[in-house]
Design a protein around this ligand. Structure first.
Ligand code: AMP
Length: 413
């Protein structure tokens, strides 16, 4: 007992559970130095595997449990969490649970109930559970993470950081659909928006980089990864975003269709006899870049296009055209902007997508400098021409770091 009280609570663990994966990161509470970073993938499938990187001082050591595909078949998120704790212990990154000052969880859907990160208690758990119908693939996995870690160490404070909460500032005219109002009142049908942790993080970083108060800035944040979304941020608050009641709406994504005519599913059902489940699967998993050119990984799409594949070239054009339309829409919504932010795997790494998305926008003050855009870097940077009215920034996102920081704020107010 005495020994326990002497252990310093110096670490923060962040859990980011997807429907079939568990991403985790361990941070030093003092300086948010990353101590370990790992992933358990293909949970519930035959070839699950887990790997983790950790650093000792300035040296990086690998502790990758590969090829472990045959050894592991991780049945569920509960087992994935056990594996995570085993790996953290075996690598001496976390020898005692008592070293943890807090655990932060990414929770995908907070509905209208959560406007900010919260300390988790029974009521919070019950609310996340009630919201499962709005995120049936994600909220259950997030809840398992919360429950298993709570069971293991009930005394460690846990924090939920919601993907939706940053968009709770969106006004009614942007979140109510043109549907009977009772659907909003009775079934909570409305725009919620996602990627909130990422948008919030990069917007704060933009203000620091531009050396301006966030309360003075109008920004468009473009999170372009496997999932893609745009957000209009006015003086630090989200006033509109492209994802809707679910992450299917908005920009074209790796496998998701984004905005389409809502009559298409009915037409498909009538003409092809597809079931609701088949159509849902089509729109979520077989559409977007993959549906257009057969590849959902943007690197592969770009490579194929460079070799002259017309389908891939078309996919890139559609992807960028949709981004450009949202830039125009949000410039109008914000009555002019100070900066556009590119983030996410594609936004941070693809000069081609950035160039094409901002092409021919000079009349709106957007002018990318090709030399700056083509220079490779993993640092925050401006890629606009010196005299351009609108700054264009590339900002690496870090959702786990953002969750760790929010967790510390709540456990050490
Ligand atoms: P994320 O979901 O943020 O991890 O982003 C994943 C997406 O980023 C995938 O479509 C990757 O192909 C894409 N990506 C990563 N690096 C590059 C790159 N250098 N060029 C184009 N796309 C990239």
């Amino acid at each position: 007992m005495l020994e326990t009280t002497r252990i310093k609570k110096i670490k923060i663990l962040v859990l980011n559970s997807g429907s079939s994966s568990l991403k985790f990161q361990l941070f030093d509470i003092k300086n948010f130095h990353l101590l370990a970073s790992g992933l358990v993938e293909q949970i519930g499938e035959k070839h699950s595997f887990a790997h983790m990187k950790y650093a000792t001082g300035i040296h990086q050591k690998e502790n990758i449990r590969q090829p472990a595909c045959q050894d592991y078949s991780v049945a569920d998120h509960q087992q994935a969490i056990e594996i995570m704790f085993d790996m953290l212990k075996e690598s001496s990154c976390l020898t005692r649970m008592e070293e943890l000052a807090g655990i932060g969880h990414r929770v995908v859907h907070g509905g209208e109930d959560f406007h900010d990160p919260v300390l988790i208690n029974d009521q919070v758990i019950a609310t996340i559970e009630r919201l499962i119908p709005l995120a049936p693939l994600h909220n259950p996995a997030n809840l398992t993470g919360i429950r298993v870690t709570k069971q293991r160490s009930p005394e460690i404070p846990q924090v939920a950081v919601f993907d939706t909460s940053c968009h709770q500032s969106i006004p009614g005219h942007a979140y109510i659909y043109g549907l009977p109002y009772t659907l909003y009142e009775k079934q909570q049908v409305r725009r919620y928006g996602f990627h909130g942790t990422s948008h919030h993080y990069v917007v704060q970083q933009a203000a620091i980089y531009l050396d301006k108060k966030i309360s003075k800035l109008k920004l468009i944040s473009l999170h372009l990864g496997n999932g893609t979304s745009a957000a209009a941020i006015q003086y630090g608050k989200s006033i509109d975003t492209s994802m809707g009641m679910t992450p299917l709406e908005g920009l074209i994504m790796g496998t998701r269709c984004g905005d389409i005519d809502p009559a298409i599913p009915f037409y498909l059902a009538r003409e092809t006899g597809m079931t609701l489940q088949e159509i849902e699967d089509l729109l979520n998993k077989r559409s977007g870049l993959k549906g257009i050119c057969g590849q959902n990984d943007m690197r592969a799409v770009v490579k194929q296009a460079a070799k002259g594949d017309a389908g891939s070239e078309l996919a890139i054009r559609i992807f960028c055209y949709h981004i450009k339309k949202y830039i125009g829409a949000y410039m109008a919504a914000l009555n002019g902007i100070d900066a556009i932010i590119f983030t996410g795997g594609i936004g941070e790494n693809s000069n081609l997508i950035r160039e094409r998305s901002c092409e021919n926008l000079q009349n709106l003050g957007v002018d990318i400098d090709p030399v700056k855009n083509n220079a490779s870097s993993n640092k925050i940077r401006g890629i606009h021409c010196d005299l351009a009215q609108v700054k264009v920034l590339v900002i690496p996102t870090n959702e786990e770091l953002a969750i760790a920081m929010q967790t510390v704020k709540l456990v050490h107010p």
